[in-house]
Design a protein around this ligand. Structure first.
Ligand SMILES: NC(=O)c1ccc[n+]([C@@H]2O[C@H](COP(=O)([O-])OP(=O)(O)OC[C@H]3O[C@@H](n4cnc5c(N)ncnc54)[C@H](O)[C@@H]3O)[C@@H](O)[C@H]2O)c1
Length: 268
């Protein structure tokens, strides 16, 4: 990484949900390297505490806190306990999902799948925002970054996840408009396929799944968690001071057009 790639988050307190997962842990580590004190939260208590220990061993300020984003009553208490250690949250990253390795078609979806996606992605994001907004409003500063997905904008399989992510995009815009006057910014990072454990079951079924997906990506590869982490750090930093309500697409060109069709049209 060069100096130009750095986003100074020194003195900031960042809280990320789903931090024991693929994108979450890399983003938490990147936030820590940029100087933030990082509250790493996940429903997986062991996972987030182990990650916090790893970051602390590297000399970073990190705290692991078990947090189930769907439990509205306990989210506030968990965040308040973290704030009693590091101080108020300056940056919230809503990242948690329940990965659905092989997404079912709509008519085959188990009864609770829609509830799970809407509860974790939409209501989970709302609960976390409600916990951090009062202090951000009082201090007239704060940043919220919601991790959405290209599935929010076009269909790539998995109806309930797609609908929930579309709702999170809408929620991001509501946050930006309602809380902009308090100096609070809210943006979404919009990834395409990112190589994480969320794909493990599909990869076990078809070891070439990422090779097959690569053909759709003009930049010739699927994404890495670092690609998302960099976008989060940019949006959290002062370099993005006048950016709010936006969706930063991090998808290697997937949604810029249809590269497979373009090759057919051009006969190449
Ligand atoms: N991997 C991809 O291809 C991809 C593509 C586009 C968007 N995204 C988005 O990136 C984010 C991270 O995805 P990932 O691939 O790292 O997933 P992941 O499955 O590796 O991580 C998700 C984490 O969320 C945690 N979690 C689940 N339920 C929770 C709850 N109720 N409360 C708190 N934590 C909970 C899990 O324990 C897990 O650690 C998600 O928002 C996902 O939609 C991923």
């Amino acid at each position: 990484m060069t100096t130009a790639d750095r986003f100074d988050l020194t003195g900031k307190v960042a809280l990320i949900t789903g931090a024991a997962g693929g994108i979450g842990r890399v983003t938490a580590a990147r936030l820590a390297r940029e100087g933030a004190s990082v509250v790493v939260t996940d429903i997986d208590e062991r996972g987030c505490k182990d990650l916090a220990d790893e970051l602390a061993a590297l000399g970073h300020r990190a705290l692991g806190v078990a947090l189930d984003v769907t439990e509205g009553d306990s989210v506030g208490a968990a965040i308040a306990s973290a704030e009693s250690v590091f101080g108020p949250v300056d940056l919230l990253v809503n990242n948690a999902i329940v990965a659905c390795p092989i997404p079912p078609k709509l008519h085959e979806a188990p009864a609770n799948l829609w509830d799970t996606d809407l509860d974790v992605i939409v209501k989970g994001g709302v609960h976390c925002c409600q916990a951090v907004l009062p202090s951000m409003m009082e201090r007239r500063t704060g940043v919220i970054v919601n991790i959405v997905s290209v599935n929010a904008f076009a269909f790539y399989g998995h109806p309930s996840y797609s609908a929930a992510k579309a709702a999170l995009v809408s929620f991001t815009r509501s946050l930006a408009v309602e809380y902009g006057p308090y100096g609070i910014r809210a943006n979404a990072v919009n990834p395409g396929t990112i190589r994480t454990a969320a794909w493990a079951e599909q990869e076990a079924k078809d070891s070439a799944v990422f090779d097959a997906l690569t053909q759709w990506y003009p930049l010739g590869r699927v994404g890495d968690p670092d690609d998302v982490a960099a976008a989060v750090c940019f949006l959290a930093s002062g370099s993005a001071a006048w950016i709010t309500g936006s969706v930063l697409t991090v998808d290697g060109g997937l949604t810029a057009g249809n590269s497979v069709m373009a090759r057919s049209v051009e006969g190449s």
